[in-house]
Design a protein around this ligand. Sequence first.
Ligand code: URA
Length: 492
Amino acid sequence: MFLARLDHPADFDAWREAARTALALHVPPEEMAFAVSEDPAPLFAEPLPDRPADAAPFNVPKAFPDVARKLICHADPERFVFAYRLLWRLQDEKKLLEIVSDPDTRRAVEMQKAVYRDSHKMKAFVRFREIEDAEGQRQYIAWFEPFHHVVELTAPFFMRRFPGMVWSILTPKRSVHWDGVEMVFAPGADPSQKPADDDMEALWLTYYASIFNPARLKVKAMQAEMPKKYWHNLPEATLIEPLIRGAEAAQRRMIETQPTLPSFRHEKQAERNDMARAASQVPAFNGFNKPPEDIEEAREQARHCKACPLWEPATQTVFGKGPADAPVIFVGEQPGDQEDLAGEPFIGPAGKVFDEALAAAGIDRSQAYVTNAVKHFKFEPRGKRRIHAKPNMGEVKVCRWWLEQERELIKPKLIVALGATAAASVLGKTVTIRDTRSKLIDLPDGTTKLLVTVHPAYILRLPDPEAQAREREAFHADMDRAKAYVPEIALG
Ligand code: URA
């Protein structure tokens, strides 16, 4: 019996090294044991020898490393040996992972599902509390109790979501710290290190109570999605029962209350004052300390967004529209007059130019996700008309949080920025169309590309018909570039 020691419960790198060595030495799975740091090891186990320098390379199906990485995160104490057994069998049974009737394959699928679910719950139920460290720096700390060893697997999600904050997530077996530059994993924490209540919690409770919609209350569905075992670490859990109790009366009040018309505040100075106030008051995560779990939840949260003053004169939030797994996201600047009234992006005159270009490139709009850098219509009233006003960078910056949620949840292969405002929001810095147009730019996540083109309204505003025709053609050529990222749909 040979023993490989691993540094921590989800130590995929050490497992992979040991598994490669064991395979090179032809150690059958029954003869292998793995133990995490100081855990007790089987009696009479010998340390695994070094890998022979002349060990022959071996192949595994492309999907296996990812499968193994997830299996290693499972709480099953046999997970390391099990993953090694799969690797061992794959040497002779190349299609093993496709044979769903095989008990090992079935077990692997179930284990991966359990890990995926746990990681998903961590994304949904981690609640940060704000604290001030000894040097007066703001930090965010969360305590979470996962079933499986999902900290390594899930931490990159939080890093992408909250890159500009200093945060830690503590769990009983493992913790992770992000200082804005580097992510460091450490041993688990003691429940006594659990952060206490804070202002953030009060904010979160207010938010939760305000988005609670009595007309949509489905207690069973809610408990299935938010199992009671997570409640003791969820601040809003204390509100759930009183809110359910009050739901019927609240629903009656909603029906009886007449809808109110949006009020209009037009003075420039008032807006400047509002903006300055908003900039200094925008709470972390646009006022939501829980990132949305899916695009529907993001849309629902955004309906209530008041992170900048544009919400007030606008009729409604115009959130993105399209499939939750669209391969391409098109980003415009902000909704126009018609979009503001209908609640859908790009349905007015600029939308027509956009639709024509998509049709010319053979892109089916229903396959794409279409959204805007700013989700509320900014305008200036002229008599009965509302004239488009360009959003300022402060507003773009505040609203960028929503675009980040859309990007994170949809994970497109390509983002097409329609105009400079959209490009600035995607990149987090201003760029010129001249410098960036039509190039495929790699975004820092390493998987998404950005294509910058003009805004369709720019084409409409060109007074010279010839220049307009030229620009339309160039815009269509950019859509042809985007087409490469949209799968063909079989017609008929
Ligand atoms: N212009 C945009 O940028 N977006 C829209 O949704 C409509 C017009």
